[in-house]
Design a protein around this ligand. Structure first.
Ligand SMILES: Nc1ncnc2c1ncn2[C@@H]1O[C@H](COP(=O)(O)OP(=O)(O)OP(=O)(O)O)[C@@H](O)[C@H]1O
Ligand SMILES: [Mg+2]
Length: 262
């Protein structure tokens, strides 16, 4: 992370989000995301991770508190400008079925009025980056891809216009473990070069430890705490300790396997 002055890209100030019938999905959320860091949101299914992401790009609006993006409340941003400023790889991928891979990836650059040549070059570059050789995949439609391939197109699309902020909602969830480990490594290397502000949602503890500069733990719509990977492993908080224990028992199991095979 390259942020010597500790500037803040995204800030949640006492944010509460309720459903139409008044049920709080997020309560009194206070959280800062530093410019250039990868902040992982870790939490069980239904803990409010996707809701948190959608408050950042104003797909949802909170009833209490404020979400501030680059110094300005999301209420004061032009919603279109805000969304083009933020790349969003959504959990369900959400490719347009009637557009081929190239058109899907080119969407935001096209809206931004980039020249055709530049868009073409960018699409080629991104498809290669996410491991989809352009000659083979450029013209395919989403229904002609596997789930993991669609997910990679979704990632390429989120990166296309080079937005300074990226929201990633379990972007590697549908990948097999080998491809997933590959793309995690690639993403980490890429992030070390591009220094984007990334909010990365996962419920995979290992992924959180590997990719996060810091890990924010959500539990039932409340922020349990924010930890560096080292603090996370040492935390006495019972919710966090449970995650760390999952990791420890996996490591112990591996050691047992190694011992047994000697
Ligand atoms: N529009 C809605 N109306 C009512 N409840 C909702 C709505 N959207 C989400 N929820 C509920 O809010 C809670 C948080 O949802 P959210 O999608 O943020 O969870 P999540 O942490 O992303 O879970 P997952 O890991 O399964 O994706 C869940 O219990 C969900 O059922
Ligand atoms: Mg979710």
């Amino acid at each position: 992370m390259n942020n010597p002055d500790g500037s803040i890209a995204i800030q949640f100030s006492n944010v509460t989000y309720r459903t139409a019938d008044g049920r709080p999905l997020l309560a009194h959320l206070n959280l800062q995301v530093l410019t250039g860091e990868t902040l992982v949101l870790l939490g069980r299914s239904g803990s409010g991770k996707t809701t948190t992401l959608k408050l950042i790009n104003n797909l949802l609006a909170c009833q209490e508190g404020q979400v501030i993006v680059e110094g300005k409340s999301t209420n004061d941003w032009d919603p279109i400008r805000l969304r083009r400023h933020i790349g969003y790889a959504i959990q369900e991928v959400g490719l347009f079925p009637h557009m081929n891979v190239e058109k899907n990836v080119a969407l935001v650059p096209q809206l931004e009025g980039w020249a055709a040549e530049k868009i073409h070059g960018r699409v080629e570059e991104l498809l290669a980056l996410v491991g989809l050789p352009p000659a083979e995949f450029r013209r395919r439609y989403p229904h002609q891809l596997s789930g993991g391939q669609r997910q990679r197109v979704g990632l390429a699309r989120a990166l296309a216009a080079d937005p300074p902020i990226l929201l990633m909602d379990e972007p590697f969830g549908a990948l097999d473990p080998v491809t997933r480990a590959d793309i995690q490594r690639e993403f980490k290397a890429l992030q070390q070069r591009m220094h984007k502000t990334v909010v990365f949602v996962t419920h995979d503890v290992r992924e959180a430890m590997f990719l996060g500069n810091r890990i924010a733990v959500l539990e039932k719509g409340a922020l349990q705490g924010v930890y560096s990977p080292t603090e996370f492993l040492q935390s006495k908080d019972p919710v966090v300790a449970e995650y760390a224990n999952v990791l420890r028992s996996e490591m112990e199991f591996m050691q047992e396997v190694r011992k047994a095979s000697r």
